[in-house]
Design a protein around this ligand. Structure first.
Ligand code: IPE
Ligand code: IPE
Ligand code: MG
Length: 250
């Protein structure tokens, strides 16, 4: 077989964004408290990170806690906060050793000073790492994100350094979270619900969506492979016709 007749490698997403959902139901199936589901979910986070590193995916963004999740019962919220802190303390050195760069996106003002410090330390430690670009969305909401970007533009207008007429998608797009990364190519939500739940509203404009019934703590490599396979089979048209795309690639 000549080199030219070999099939092209399946396109791999550069950036995968994941809603890790189903921890509570996983625990309920076992008649255990929801917090046990969150603990089991932390193991699935490691599996997902390992998978992305092995497959050579550049960026992974995990939705860990939404703006709305603050309204859950206080004991569940505080269990989640201590779980974050413990996971960060436990995993940081190993992630750093593997060249992972960590970012946190979301409104940090509601976190404890201790957690905020650890987040800042983790970001500073891994700042120059060029391996997997791992972002954790915590206290994050897509509406919050667009709002904070709009507020920063308004501040520039007030300071006289920006004309409202000069505000365009590019300018706003540079101020939303993760602007330094390519937008997500593939979105995965576990747990069977087919919604965005206020995740990356701006950034997901042209992302391919993949939903699986698998509950997050049950995540396995086969599920992630199935998501990659589905991604590879899609035609991303970005508003063009299929014919235009085929002509451009000819
Ligand atoms: C996702 O699992 C984790 C967080 C939102 C923090 P859930 O806790 O939402 O689990 P279900 O959806 O109730 O099963
Ligand atoms: C989305 O899951 C947020 C995270 C996974 C962190 P939720 O469980 O909060 O979403 P809804 O309430 O089912 O939409
Ligand atoms: Mg849920």
């Amino acid at each position: 077989m000549t080199a030219t007749s070999e099939p092209a490698p399946a396109p791999l997403p550069r950036h995968v964004a994941v809603i890790m959902d189903g921890n509570g139901r996983w625990a309920k199936q076992r008649a255990r408290p929801r917090t046990l589901g969150h603990r089991a979910g932390a193991r699935a986070v490691n599996l997902c990170i390992d998978f992305c590193i092995d497959r050579g995916i550049e960026a992974l963004t995990l939705f860990a806690f939404s703006s709305e999740n603050w309204q859950r019962p206080a004991d569940e919220v505080s269990a989640l906060m201590s779980l974050f802190l413990r996971a960060l303390n436990r995993e940081l050195d190993e992630l750093h050793r593997r060249g992972v760069r960590l970012r946190f996106v979301g409104d940090r003002s509601s976190f404890s000073p201790e957690l905020r410090n650890r987040m800042a330390t983790a970001e500073a430690l891994t700042r120059t790492n060029i391996g997997l670009q791992l972002s954790i969305a915590a206290s994050y909401g897509g509406r919050w994100d667009i709002t904070q970007a709009a507020r920063r533009l308004a501040e520039q207008v007030r300071a006289g350094s920006l004309e409202p007429a000069d505000i365009d998608e590019q300018l706003l797009g540079r101020l939303v979270s993760l602007a330094e990364l390519p937008p997500p190519d593939l979105f995965i939500r576990t747990g069977g619900d087919q919604r965005i739940s206020n995740f990356l509203l701006w950034q997901l404009a042209y992302t391919e969506l993949y939903f699986t019934e698998k509950l997050w703590p049950d995540l396995d490599r086969a599920t992630l492979d199935a998501a990659l396979e589905s991604f590879a089979s899609r035609e991303r048209r970005f508003g063009l016709t299929g014919e235009q795309l085929r002509k451009a690639h000819a």
